[in-house]
Design a protein around this ligand. Structure first.
Ligand code: FES
Ligand code: FE2
Length: 427
């Protein structure tokens, strides 16, 4: 099957200001960072790069988060060195001071007290929800309605959020999230390793089928595996939400859902957000430790800007003994396995060189969907999910084992079907 052309690839991977995908990303609220990076008012500012723009984030005396151009408008010194004090960030070179909205509130070197009013500073609006600082980097004076995904409305005790700084283009990550045949291999245990029914089905059926249904928020992906019992099939429902989010059924964990975002830092780096949540069950300490071990989140090191300690230099801690006896990849942790293979492709993969197979159907759907967004953006047409009509809290994923002759539309329609472990136990 034809892959996409080099020109189409370029359209999809470039996100600096002025590029079509860059303008698409700038039309939506995006996660900027975990809120834990700004733990206290008047604390240290944090450098953050998004969509190729170097920014500085700070929490002011009132607890509000500002997100400004990193460089002081006076003589372009980095505000990362600034003093965060009395409701503003003050440049240490000549003392000019900026508030969270980007107003120049003090220019002590100038006689005219109104001098600062003439100066424009790039400042993006922020919103804190679900343990994340979000921002809107678009051109509209009024941002679109906030995408209040279910986890952003839950008590903090029901949410465990992580993020990874990744050394490659965002699309490599996003594509992996809807790559239906990779879990049967990359995330597979082997040998004597404990196995659950999901993994069992994936192991039995290396050729799952993928389906899509377009939705106002993006599209649903539906994954179907045969199971060891020929009368039953395993289905995943795994939505893609514009511009870069998915919700994945977590399976054998107390927190049944995982929300992902793949946010460009620049063309060769991105942030992967991994938010585990459950509306019914809070996370306890044991669950946190189990998740961190099983997904590899314990390898994230805030000291190296939230990179994983598994990296290209150490081949992501691949252990050949583990690869022989424990799991397919030799790498511990589901997220760590994804991180490894995505980075191994290099900073920006040239998709025109790929040999696309029959199981890449959802990945190709994503590419065509994004290319259609590019076309819409260039034609000045309306982009999806910006008009306030999408009910973000209702977008969910699920995993069910059902009679093998159940149709995709039945799976999508039967919301009352039990999920996760409950469904597996009934199978
Ligand atoms: S460079 Fe910042 S105040 Fe002069
Ligand atoms: Fe994966």
């Amino acid at each position: 099957m034809a892959a996409i052309t080099r020109e189409e690839n370029e359209l999809l991977v470039r996100t600096d200001a002025g590029t079509p995908m860059g303008e698409i990303f700038r039309s939506y609220w995006l996660p900027a960072m975990l809120a834990e990076r700004l733990p206290e008012p008047d604390g240290a500012p944090v450098a953050i790069k998004l969509l190729g723009e170097r920014l500085v984030a700070f929490r002011d005396t009132e607890g509000r988060v500002g997100l400004l151009d990193e460089f002081c408008p006076h003589r372009r010194v980095s505000l990362l060195y600034g003093r965060n004090e009395e409701c503003g960030l003050r440049c240490v070179y000549h003392g000019w001071k900026f508030d969270v909205e980007g107003r120049v509130v003090d220019t002590p070197t100038e006689l005219n007290p109104d001098f600062g009013k003439t100066i424009e500073v790039t400042a993006y609006p922020t919103h804190e929800a679900g343990g994340i600082v979000w921002t809107y980097m678009g051109r509209e004076p009024v941002p679109p309605p906030f995408p209040d995904f279910l986890f952003t409305r839950l008590p903090a005790s029901h949410v465990l959020g992580y993020h990874y700084r990744q050394e490659c283009n965002y699309l490599q990550g996003l594509e992996a999230d809807i790559d239906i045949s990779h879990p049967s291999f990359l995330h597979s245990p082997i040998g004597e390793a404990p196995i659950d029914k999901t993994r069992e089905a994936m192991g039995v059926d290396p050729r799952p089928r993928g389906f899509t249904r377009d939705e106002a928020f993006g599209f649903q992906t539906i994954w179907r595996w045969n199971t060891p019992d020929p009368a039953k099939a395993l289905y995943w429902v795994d939505p893609f939400v514009v511009p870069c989010h998915t919700i994945v059924p977590a399976g054998r964990t107390k927190l049944r859902y995982i929300w992902h975002a793949w946010v460009p830092i620049d063309d060769e780096h991105h942030w992967l957000y991994y938010v585990h949540y459950d509306p019914d069950t809070p996370a306890d300490e044991e669950e946190r430790r189990t998740l961190e071990y099983n997904f590899g989140h314990d390898l994230i090191d805030p000291g190296i800007e939230y990179r994983s300690r598994g990296n290209l230099e150490n081949m992501h801690l691949l252990d050949r003994e583990r690869q022989k006896h424990e799991n397919f990849s030799g790498i511990r942790g589901i997220a760590a396995q994804d991180v490894a293979i995505l980075q191994s492709m290099g900073p920006i993969v040239d998709r025109s060189l790929e040999q696309i197979g029959s199981r890449d159907v959802l990945v190709m759907h994503l590419r065509r969907y994004l290319l259609d967004l590019v076309r819409k953006q260039m034609a000045g047409e309306t982009l999806p999910a910006l008009d306030g009509t999408v009910a973000f809290p209702d977008i969910d994923s699920r995993m069910v084992i059902v009679p093998a002759d159940t149709s995709v539309d039945q799976v999508l329609a039967r919301r009352e079907w039990k999920w996760g472990e409950a469904a597996l136990a009934e199978a």
